[in-house]
Design a protein around this ligand. Structure first.
Ligand code: FES
Length: 644
């Protein structure tokens, strides 16, 4: 036998290789990503694999550890120095000597303690565009007039197979010192997209490489720091978007700029400053250094995208909603003054349209409605709901101006989801007495029980998911009619129904802070949910379907909402509840995917060109759908799944 069959798991890629081929080489040839910083010198230990032993009839392959060359001196040295688990081999050293099933271990399991949500805990296969390469460079001599930087580039090409590499201009004044400091051995970071470019140099061996993925929301900004050599999310942090002081929602920030044309730098500085703070925190939490952050991926809605880049978003304030730039962007992080390694690169996901941003593109990448047969509805609920609908045959997107009601703004007792906020509500249909659950206090309570626990947490308001529930429960208990009117005749039955001028309100809570659901609150939720539903219906009309197979609710709000109540008030169309799920911060997951794997960048760029963009504001039927959707759950559309 001159060659052997090698199967790599979990990717399932396979191929035949001449005996004596290093496993790492075989992986490379099949496009299986195995990390290697030292280029097969047995220094970094990043290339570890293990052999799955047994007979794999399906693949006609018998795999055994003995089908690898015996433990080499290099491996023994590495093991003695840094330790190597019993079943592991260094794939740069282990040679193929027979048929093999090779397991690439997923060190990449996300740190679940830090990142709880399902979407954020997903392991992502790695194939990053930024790569660390350890290089041994020839010393200069009189016969060889090549410059030190040129010899470094040559060595990189020869030892790592890059063709036509170059060294960033900025590094030229540093090259000589660093090469000598490292005794002609250096580690370089190479940006491998397009022309392979050395963007950073460390003397000697260096094996720390981090990347950040940031979701710039209009209300909150979330930042994840990933160890690029393992794929692990090592820390996650978030903060309120300080642009809120220029306007609560997107359009008010655009109006601010219309009234203050010189205000752009202030908005840009505010968001960049918040991101700097998050990077600081993320890096400190993980015990990392800013200088080791070499890649950064950003998502955001079109207006956040523009403001972050320092681009005036006023064109996005009205039709035809022209973006200054819609395609994906890659540029040096120093162009926007990001305080990370000066050679770091930024990647911004593409925007779908003037009102459907890179965040929706990221969410679609993460949740993949465009991949399956089922018609899937993906909704990212924020001040602007971004809606993606379709399947692998056809995919459409739109946004709907829901306003900030779901985030607790415009609601008399509304607040952001934080300890003290009511998040769950049940109302007894006979007595109209409520029970609530408050963030920070796990148990259900009525007012009496709650009095005992009040020291632990006070009730401060009601958050978005609580509002959806209380409206749903009020509807179920007959307190509000199908048209959303609080029924004043119930005042005779319960003191909780209170006259309030010409309308009525429901007294939900009587602690030291009284919490009422007023007629205006119900109206605000009706308007928001009708806008969202009308947008969804428009997409369904365009797609030509009357029913969806699956619904995914993304975003912070979507993650906490009880899907049954979302359907009960007609926020989302009818669907089997088993197929309705909250997927967490899907846009952030999309950003992490693009950070860790270049393939996902190509995928999202291609996806965005395939998405049909629908402008809801210009569709005559929007108003019609909106009016029907003001009713609970809807004036026209049936909800058979609610009856079950
Ligand atoms: Fe570095 Fe194998 S590639 S030890």
């Amino acid at each position: 036998v001159k060659d052997a069959l090698v199967l790599f798991m979990p990717s399932g890629r396979r191929g035949r290789f001449p005996l004596g081929t290093p496993v790492l080489e075989a992986a490379r040839q099949l496009g299986v990503y195995v990390e290697s910083v030292c280029g097969g010198r047995g220094i970094c230990g990043r290339c570890q694999v293990s052999v799955t032993e047994g007979v794999f009839a399906k693949h006609k392959i018998t795999s055994a550890a003995t089908h690898l060359s015996p433990f080499s001196d290099t491996e023994a040295r590495y093991k003695a120095k840094r330790g190597l688990p019993e079943d592991r081999r260094l794939s740069c050293s282990a040679l193929i000597e027979g048929d093999l099933v090779i397991d690439i271990p997923i060190e990449a399991q996300t740190n679940r303690a830090l990142v709880r949500k399902r979407a954020e805990a997903r392991p992502i296969p790695r194939d990053p565009v930024m790569q660390l390469c350890y290089v041994e460079v020839d010393e200069p001599d009189m016969e060889q007039p090549l410059g030190d930087a040129d010899r470094l580039v040559r060595a990189l090409e020869a030892q790592w197979g890059f063709v036509g590499a170059r060294c960033e201009f900025r590094l030229l004044p540093l090259v000589q010192g660093l090469l000598r400091q490292g005794d002609w051995k250096v580690t370089v970071a190479v940006h491998t997209e397009g022309i392979p470019t050395i963007v950073s140099i460390w003397p000697g061996f260096h094996d720390r490489l981090y990347g950040i993925a940031v979701d710039i929301g209009s209300t909150t900004i979330a930042c994840h720091l990933s160890d690029m050599l393992t794929g692990r999310t090592v820390s996650s942090t978030g903060t309120a978007n300080p642009q809120i002081r220029f306007g609560e929602d997107l359009m008010s920030r655009v109006s601010y700029l219309m009234m203050n044309p010189d205000g752009l730098p202030a908005l840009t500085t505010a968001v960049r400053g918040a991101i700097e703070g998050l990077i600081d925190k993320a890096v400190n939490d993980a015990g990392a250094s800013r200088d080791d952050v070499l890649d950064a991926v950003f998502v955001g809605n079109p207006i956040m995208h523009h403001l972050f880049l320092g681009i005036d978003p006023r064109e996005l304030g009205g039709a035809p909603f022209a973006l200054a730039v819609s395609g994906a962007l890659t540029f040096p992080a120093r162009e926007i003054g990001l305080g990370v390694n000066p050679g770091a690169r930024v990647y911004m996901l593409p925007c779908i349209a003037g009102h459907v941003g890179a965040d929706a593109a990221g969410a679609a990448l993460a949740e993949g409605p465009q991949k399956g047969k089922e018609v899937t509805l993906l909704v990212d609920v924020g001040t602007n709901a971004e809606i993606v609908l379709g399947n692998r045959h056809r995919i459409l997107a739109a946004s709907s101006p829901t306003g900030p009601a779901f985030e607790g703004a415009e609601i008399s007792s509304g607040q952001r989801a934080a300890p003290g906020a009511i998040e769950r509500v049940r109302i007894d249909p006979e007595t109209l007495e409520p029970k609530i659950r408050v963030i920070g206090l796990e148990a259900w309570s009525d007012e009496e029980e709650f009095a005992e626990k009040i020291d632990q947490v006070g009730v401060t308001g009601i958050c978005g998911s609580g509002i959806i529930e209380v409206i749903g429960e009020m509807f179920l208990a007959g307190i509000i009619t199908q048209d959303g009117v609080i029924d004043g005749s119930l005042a005779a039955k319960s003191p909780r129904i209170e006259a309030n001028g010409r309308t009525f309100s429901y007294l939900l809570w009587r602690g030291d802070q009284e919490i009422r659901i007023t007629q205006n609150d119900v109206r605000a939720i009706q308007l928001a949910k009708a806008a969202l539903y009308a947008g969804v219906k428009l997409l369904m009309d365009r797609y030509g379907c009357t029913h969806v197979d699956r619904i995914k609710l993304a975003g912070a709000f979507g993650a906490h909402i009880d899907t049954k109540y979302a359907m009960l008030i007609g926020l989302i169309p009818d669907c089997d509840l088993k197929h309705v799920s909250a997927v967490g911060n899907a846009a952030g997951t999309g950003a992490r995917m693009c950070l860790l794997n270049r393939g996902h960048r190509a995928e999202v760029e291609d996806l965005v060109t395939r998405i049909e963009k629908i402008e809801t504001a210009l569709e005559p039927r929007f108003q019609e759908h909106f009016v029907a959707a003001m009713a609970l759950p809807n004036k026209i559309d049936p909800f058979p799944n609610l009856a079950r």
